[in-house]
Design a protein around this ligand. Structure first.
Ligand code: ADP
Ligand code: MG
Length: 483
């Protein structure tokens, strides 16, 4: 909510006016217009509606304005006047189930919702020292995530993927099946058709009911594509402050960075790696840090990052990876094989998993990763029939486990994976009946013994994995085992 101090501080003389002197690329420059950066101005166009623009900087005696729409009709000498000094947003519980734009206007064809509170979209992340540790699990309802890359309440993860590998479908599943109280979804820079597909097909009525969807499509002005993620987080913060566990799904951070690149370059910033100006790298952490756990409530966030040509090292991906507590890598190889969700079990990681999972679950997930790593390292040999069964017990085991692990990691779109069952299945599958129940305090989910899933053939698996007596050492296994 806006406190009195913020409101008073934001009061400025309403009669600040100036005039248009020139355009520069997509920006408009005004003289005699001392409005602060971030404020919103109106440029009067005779014979047409006033054009809204945001102050993005100054240069000598010029104020640089970035327009919210098409600049046609603007001419030298047009009057520029201030409309608002800080962008704020109306919020309230009636946002649930609604689709809005970056400025909070309803765009789902229904009347504007009645909203009781006002908040500022843009502000700093909370002080890191005031944040409690993340110590409990947020179930996403997606088995591969909950089982192998368990996510904590307040954790921030990336989803790295190329186009068409199943991002939207996976986000839709998470929105429908998670046990979070509220979901806030930011759709940034997609085409209009993709947005409709997502809302109708992937999210569906059930997902939408406890979600707020903030949309800024690719044909919106760059300012709105930059604003939409802030609006998304501001709404999430509003619900978090009510003590709720909020899940933020942001698709995509790359398109946000691209929009900020447009603005930054127009404002005269120098381009750096791949043309991204420094402001992009300053804004990413500001945005991402707003998610996290608070004294009351939490914001768990998944940010998607587009990877062109499946190149893992683009500057946005690199920066974002350093800011997050893990990432899921969606693999084109898996999706072309029809393995969905196409989460690469070796390349993905959830860094907080050891803090939030019970030790048996953790051990089972490491065993699964190791078994897969062994299989993948020998896949070429196995597939051409050059591997002779019996020559290496670990490889034999990984071949035997492979179909069941695949079966575990796959999930149909309409299937919800309940967390206790997800954990029970991975424990039984990977550790069989040999699991020693750890000290009671550490265990959240009891092992149901004597389950049908564990055949006697898998019994040896636990011991081989646990003793780490492997003869095959290489990169991949080392990496798998290190996590
Ligand atoms: N879990 C899944 N089960 C079955 N098919 C899927 C699944 N996820 C994705 N697909 C297929 O992949 C296509 C593209 O997925 P989508 O999520 O739209 O990709 P992206 O958002 O990454 O571009 C979908 O239309 C669907 O056919
Ligand atoms: Mg998509």
């Amino acid at each position: 909510m806006l406190d009195i101090e913020t409101q008073i501080n934001s009061i400025m003389a309403a009669d600040i006016t100036g005039s248009v002197i020139q355009t520069h690329g997509t920006t408009i420059n005004a003289v005699g217009f001392p409005a602060p950066v971030g404020s919103i101005a109106l440029i009067d166009r005779p014979g047409s509606t006033a054009l809204r623009a945001e102050v993005i900087g100054f240069k000598e005696n010029l104020t640089i304005l970035y327009p919210y729409g098409d600049i046609s009709g603007v001419r030298r000498g047009n009057r520029v006047r201030i409309q608002r000094t800080i962008p704020w947003l109306r919020v309230g519980d009636n946002l649930l189930g609604r689709v809005i734009d970056a400025e909070g206007n309803a765009i789902d064809g229904l009347p504007q919702p009645l909203l009781e509170d006002r908040i500022v979209c843009q502000h700093d992340a909370p002080d890191p020292c005031s944040r409690p540790r993340i110590d409990s699990i947020l179930s996403t309802g997606v088995r591969a995530i909950d089982g192998m890359f368990t996510c904590g309440k307040g954790q921030r993860l990336g989803i790295f993927a190329g186009s068409g590998v199943g991002k939207s479908v996976t986000l839709g599943m998470m929105a429908r099946y998670t046990d979070a109280d509220v979901i806030v979804i930011g759709l940034i820079g997609e085409r209009g058709r993709e947005v409709n597909d997502f809302i109708e097909r992937d999210l569906g009525k059930a997902g939408l009911a406890k979600s707020v969807v903030v949309v800024s499509t690719s044909n919106d002005p760059a300012l709105l594509r930059v604003r939409a993620p802030m609006t998304t987080l501001a709404i999430a913060e509003y619900f978090r402050d009510q003590g709720k566990d909020v899940l933020v799904l942001m698709d995509s951070l790359t398109r946000f960075a691209m929009a900020q690149r447009e603005i930054g370059l127009s404002a005269g910033e120098p381009p750096t790696t791949r043309g991204y100006p420094p402001s992009v790298f300053a804004m990413l952490p500001k945005l991402v840090e707003r998610a996290g756990r608070a004294e009351r409530g939490s914001i768990t966030a998944f940010f998607t990052v587009l990877v062109e040509g499946d190149d893992m090292n683009d500057p946005i991906g690199d920066t974002v990876r350093g800011l997050l507590d893990g990432h899921l890598w969606l693999s084109r190889k898996l999706s072309t094989r029809g393995h969905y969700p196409a989460i690469d079990p070796i390349e993905s990681i959830s860094r907080l998993m050891p803090d939030i999972c019970d030790p048996v679950h953790l051990k089972a997930s490491r065993a699964m990763r190791k078994s897969l790593a062994i299989y993948l390292d020998n896949e070429d040999l196995i597939s051409i029939g050059a591997y002779r069964a019996g020559s290496n017990p670990e490889i034999d085991e990984s071949i035997k486990m492979r179909p069941e692990i695949d079966d575990y990691l796959r999930q149909a779109v309409e299937e919800k994976a309940e967390l206790p069952e997800t954990v029970r299945r991975i424990r039984t599958l990977m550790l069989g009946e040999q699991v020693e129940t750890p000290p009671a305090a550490a265990v959240e989910t009891p092992v149901r013994r004597g389950n049908d899933k564990s055949g006697p053939d898998k019994d040896g698996n636990t011991t081989t994995n646990a003793t780490a007596n492997n003869r095959i050492t290489n990169d991949r296994i080392a990496r798998a085992a290190a996590t």
